[in-house]
Write a protein that binds this ligand. Structure first.
Ligand SMILES: *Cc1c(COP(=O)(O)O)cnc(C)c1O
Length: 358
C-alpha cells in the first residue's frame, strides 16, 4: 500500500517550510534564525504536572495585555506566532473557496499554512522600496478573507508605512481581516498597530516571545484582536495549548524584571546592529545593506552564493534569501553578540581577498 497516495492532495503537493533547523549546518556562529544569541536562565517553578493547565493562563494574558497596551479580552496565548498564523486560517478560511493574500518577499509560513488547509495563496509583490502595492492589492481582494502583512518585514527589515496600513484597513473594512505579523515589533515598539485595534474590528496582530524575549525554544506567542475574533480563535485552538512549564516561564519573562531584561537585550541588539551596518559598509563584497529596525539585516552581496558557502564552510551560518521574489544575491544576517558581529566582519573582509568563484 502506498501511504503517500492516501494523503490529501494538497499535502502531497506541499513544499514544507524550510526552517533554519531543517536546513541544518555545522556552525559555531548561528546567524540564520533571528534568535537571540545567548540563553536566558528561567526555570519552571511548579513541579506538579498531574493536572491539565489552563487553556489561557490569566497571569500571562493580563501581563501581556498590559505590556501591549490592550485589554485582556483582546489577547490569545498560543504556541508561537506560527500557531497564530494557522489559527486565523482555520477559523476564517473555507478551503477551496477563500484566499489569503500576502506581499513577497516576506515570511514563508503564510504560504505553508494556507496550502496545508487547501486555501488559495494570492501574492502581490512588494514595491521596490518594500512597501505595499495598494492599488494592486485592491484589484485582487475578491475572495480574500485574510491579508497578511509583516512589519517589521522578515527578511527585508522595514516597517510598513502607517499611512498605507491605514488605507489598507479602510480598503478591507467589512470583508477581509488584516493580520499584521509583529514578531519583531519589540525592537521598534513605536511602530506597533496595537493602538488601532479599538478603531478597526478587523485588525489582528501576531506577537511572539521568540525574538526580543529570547525564548524561541519556549514556543509562546500571542494574537491581539478584538474580543469577537479572540472568541472565534478559542473555538479552534487546542484545549491545552501551553504546557505548565511554558506558562510558568512566560509569566516570569513578562514580570517587571523579565521586561527589564528584555529591554536591555533590545538596546544591546540595536547597538550591535548599528555597529554591523557601519562595518559592512567597509566590506568590498557588500553591495547594499538594507535599512532595518529589527534583529537582522538583509544584505546584497557580489556574489551571495560565494559568501554564503564560504562562511558556511567556516561555521558561520547565514540565511540564504536569494530564491525569494526580488532578492537575488541577498542574504539575511541575524544580529548576534558584539563578538559574533566582529568575527563576521573579519571573515567578510578576508573573503574579498580570495578569488571570485566562477
Ligand atoms: C519568527 C517569526 C514568526 C514565528 O514566531 P514563533 O513565535 O517562533 O512561531 C512569525 N512571523 C515572523 C515574521 C517571524 O520572523
Amino acid at each position: 500500500m502506498n501511504i503517500f497516495q492516501l494523503a490529501r492532495a494538497n499535502v502531497r503537493a506541499l513544499e514544507p517550510y524550510q526552517s533554519a533547523r531543517r536546513i541544518g549546518g555545522k556552525g559555531s556562529i548561528w546567524l540564520n534564525a533571528n534568535e537571540y544569541p545567548q540563553p536566558t536562565f528561567y526555570m519552571p517553578r511548579s513541579g506538579n504536572l498531574n493536572r491539565y493547565p489552563d487553556c489561557q493562563p490569566k497571569g500571562i494574558i493580563n501581563s501581556y495585555a498590559s505590556y501591549a497596551g490592550v485589554q485582556p479580552n483582546q489577547v490569545l496565548a498560543c504556541r508561537g506566532a506560527d500557531e497564530g498564523i494557522e489559527l486565523m486560517i482555520r477559523a476564517f478560511c473555507e478551503p477551496g473557496q477563500d484566499a489569503i493574500l500576502f506581499c513577497p518577499p516576506t515570511y514563508g509560513m503564510y504560504r505553508v499554512s494556507a496550502e496545508t488547509f487547501g486555501v488559495e495563496c494570492r501574492t502581490v509583490p512588494a514595491l521596490d522600496n518594500w512597501q505595499l502595492d495598494l492599488p494592486e492589492i485592491y484589484t485582487r481582494l475578491n475572495g480574500v478573507k485574510l491579508v497578511y502583512i509583516c512589519s517589521p518585514n522578515n527578511p527585508t527589515g522595514n516597517i510598513i508605512n502607517l499611512s498605507d496600513t491605514r488605507k489598507l484597513l479602510e480598503m478591507t473594512d467589512g470583508r477581509t481581516l488584516l493580520v499584521a505579523d509583529e514578531a519583531y515589533i519589540d525592537f521598534c515598539p513605536v511602530a506597533s498597530l496595537a493602538s488601532l485595534l479599538t478603531d478597526y474590528p478587523h485588525l489582528v496582530i501576531l506577537r511572539t516571545l521568540s525574538k526580543a524575549f529570547a525564548l524561541a525554544g519556549l514556543r509562546c506567542g500571542f494574537v491581539l484582536a478584538n474580543a469577537d475574533v479572540i472568541e472565534l480563535l478559542l473555538k479552534v485552538i487546542a484545549p491545552y495549548p501551553l504546557s505548565l512549564p511554558v506558562a510558568d516561564i512566560a509569566e516570569q519573562a513578562l514580570s517587571a524584571e523579565g521586561l527589564r531584561q528584555t529591554s536591555q537585550r533590545i538596546a544591546e541588539i540595536n547597538s550591535n546592529r548599528n555597529f554591523l551596518i557601519s562595518e559592512l559598509a567597509k566590506c568590498p563584497c557588500v553591495c547594499v545593506v538594507f535599512p532595518s529596525v529589527s534583529n537582522y539585516l538583509l544584505v546584497c552581496f557580489d556574489p551571495a552564493y560565494h559568501v554564503f558557502q564560504t562562511l558556511w564552510d567556516q561555521g558561520t551560518i547565514l540565511r540564504d534569501q536569494s530564491k525569494q521574489t526580488g532578492l537575488s544575491d541577498c542574504l539575511r544576517i541575524t544580529i548576534g553578540t558584539r563578538l559574533e558581529c566582529q568575527s563576521l566582519v573579519v571573515a567578510l573582509k578576508a573573503l574579498t581577498l580570495s578569488p571570485t568563484l566562477p
